[in-house]
Design a protein around this ligand. Structure first.
Ligand code: GLC
Length: 418
C-alpha cells in the first residue's frame, strides 16, 4: 500500500448529490420507501452546484488538518457526479449544474496538495440491469425491486451486462481522474462469484498500480473500513474509521446533532492511537456550500491538530492496553511516546511497564517540561512512572504529553512472579 495513506491520519469524506435538494437520506430514502423513486429523481431538477467552489473546500480541509478528501462520485442512486459515457444519469447531463463536479474537485484538491479519493457504489439501484440476479446465500439485508428480481425471474445475461457497465464506469473514473484512493461501497447485495471482486482488484491494478482500494471488496481491498464507531479491538492492518459530524452522511436540514470539537478531537486521537485514520464526513447543500456548523467543527479540530501535529501525523499506533489509561501514539523510531489526556488529571499521569529509561517529558505545543519519578520495580518488572502535572499545563480540549526515551521503547508484558 502506498505509504501516504497510513501517515495521513485525517481525511474528509463528502457526501454530495441530488439528495441534498430535499435534504433526504442519500439513496436510502427511496430504497426504504420514505419517498417515491420519481419524487427522489425530481431532485435532479433542483441540483445547481451554483456556489460550488472546490478551492474553498480544499482550503477548509487543509485548515481542518486533513491530508486527503473523498467525494461521492456515484452513490447507490446511480447519479454520477462525473461525465460518464456509460449512462445519461449524471449531474453533467441531467441537472441544471451541467458540470463535471468530480473533475473540478480532483483538480482543486491536487492544487492544494491534498490526496484525492473517490467514493463509488458498486450497486446501482437505478440501472435497468442491476436488479436481475439474487445473491446466492440469503443476506441479512432487505431485498426489494431496486435490488433483486422475484425468485425464478433471474436473468444472468442482464447481470453480465450490468457488470460490463460497472467495470466501464470504474475504468472511466480511474483513467480520467487517477484517484489516489478508490472508496467502494455497496457490495453486500451480491456475492464474490457474482461481483468477481478478485478480477476487479486485478483490473484496477492494471489501470493504476498506485491506487489504494478500501475494504468493501469482499476480501480484496487494501484496508478495513469500520463505520460510525471506533472498534474495541482495532484491526491488525491499516484501517480507517468513517464518521459523520452529525448523524447524516448527506445534508439533512433537521439534523442538528453535531458532535462538538472536543468530541471530534477525542475521536481522532483514539482512532490514530489505535492505528487508524479518521475519515470525517461533511454533507454540503445542493449548491455546494458547506454548512456553518460543519465548517466550525472542521476549523476547531484543525486548530487543535495544528498545535499537536507532531503527535498525530506520521505516528504509529500507541501502547497496548494496560500501560496507560488513555490513547497514545508512537513515533516510528519508538523514541517518543505521545499521551492524550482527555480528562483533568489529579496531580499525576501514570505509566506502567516501560523497560526503557525516560529522558524527559514535555507538554506538546508549549515549552513546559514536567517532572517525572519512578516508584517501585524489581528485577525485570518495571516500576510506576509518575508524571507531575498541574492545571496550568492543560489544553482546553485535550492535552498531549511527549515522553522522550533514551532508546527505542521496550515494553514489559509479563505477569510479575508466581
Ligand atoms: C453506509 C451508508 C451509505 C454511506 C456509507 C459511507 O454504507 O449506507 O449511505 O455512503 O455508509 O460509509
Amino acid at each position: 500500500m502506498e505509504p501516504w495513506f497510513t501517515s495521513a491520519k485525517l481525511g474528509i469524506f463528502i457526501h454530495w448529490g441530488i439528495y441534498a435538494v430535499k435534504g433526504v437520506p442519500e439513496s436510502w430514502s427511496f430504497f426504504n420507501g420514505e419517498i417515491g423513486y420519481d419524487d427522489y429523481m425530481d431532485q435532479l431538477q433542483g441540483f445547481t452546484a451554483s456556489h460550488f467552489d472546490p478551492d474553498q473546500w480544499a482550503e477548509l480541509f487543509l485548515r481542518a488538518g486533513a491530508r486527503y478528501a473523498v467525494l461521492t462520485s456515484k452513490h447507490h442512486d446511480g447519479v454520477a457526479l462525473f461525465d460518464t459515457r456509460q449512462s445519461e444519469l449524471s449531474t453533467v447531463r441531467r441537472t441544471p449544474a451541467g458540470r463535471d463536479l468530480v473533475r473540478e474537485f480532483v483538480d482543486a484538491m491536487r492544487r492544494h496538495d491534498l490526496r484525492v479519493g473517490l467514493y463509488f457504489s458498486h450497486l446501482d439501484w437505478s440501472h435497468p440491469d442491476y436488479a436481475t440476479v439474487r445473491r446466492h446465500e440469503a443476506g441479512d439485508r432487505q431485498l426489494n425491486r431496486f435490488s433483486a428480481p422475484p425468485p425464478g425471474e433471474e436473468d444472468p445475461e442482464r447481470w453480465e451486462r450490468f457488470l460490463q457497465f460497472h467495470r466501464a464506469q470504474v475504468e472511466e473514473v480511474i483513467r480520467a481522474y487517477h484517484p489516489d484512493l478508490l472508496w467502494f461501497d455497496g457490495e453486500w447485495e451480491r456475492d464474490e462469484p457474482q461481483w468477481r471482486m478478485r478480477e476487479l482488484r486485478e483490473q484496477i491494478r492494471q489501470w493504476d498500480p498506485h491506487a489504494i482500494v478500501n475494504g468493501r471488496m469482499l476480501g480484496f481491498g487494501d484496508y478495513a473500513t469500520p463505520e460510525q464507531g471506533i472498534p474495541i479491538e482495532p484491526p491488525e492492518g491499516p484501517w480507517e474509521l468513517c464518521l459523520t459530524i452529525n448523524d447524516s452522511w448527506g445534508w439533512q436540514g433537521g439534523d442538528r446533532n453535531h458532535k462538538s470539537v472536543r468530541q471530534l478531537v477525542r475521536i481522532l486521537a483514539e482512532t490514530v492511537g489505535a492505528g487508524g485514520n479518521l475519515l470525517l464526513d461533511v454533507g454540503p447543500h445542493e449548491d455546494g456550500t458547506i454548512t456553518e456548523e460543519q465548517r466550525e467543527r472542521l476549523e476547531g479540530l484543525g486548530l487543535w491538530v495544528d498545535r499537536h501535529a507532531e503527535a498525530i501525523y506520521d505516528t504509529r499506533r500507541g501502547l497496548p492496553c494496560g500501560h496507560f489509561h488513555g490513547a497514545s501514539t508512537l513515533t516510528p523510531d519508538r523514541r517518543t511516546l505521545y499521551l492524550f489526556l482527555f480528562d483533568r488529571p489529579n496531580e499525576h499521569v501514570v505509566l506502567r511497564g516501560l523497560q526503557t529509561p525516560i529522558h524527559h517529558v514535555r507538554v506538546v505545543g508549549s515549552a513546559s517540561k514536567l517532572r517525572h519519578r519512578l516508584y517501585g520495580g524489581l528485577g525485570e518488572v518495571p516500576g510506576l512512572v509518575y508524571i507531575d502535572i498541574a492545571d496550568g499545563h492543560l489544553d482546553p480540549l485535550t492535552t498531549v504529553l511527549a515522553v522522550e526515551f533514551e532508546q527505542p521503547l521496550e515494553l514489559y508484558r509479563g505477569k510479575g512472579r508466581d
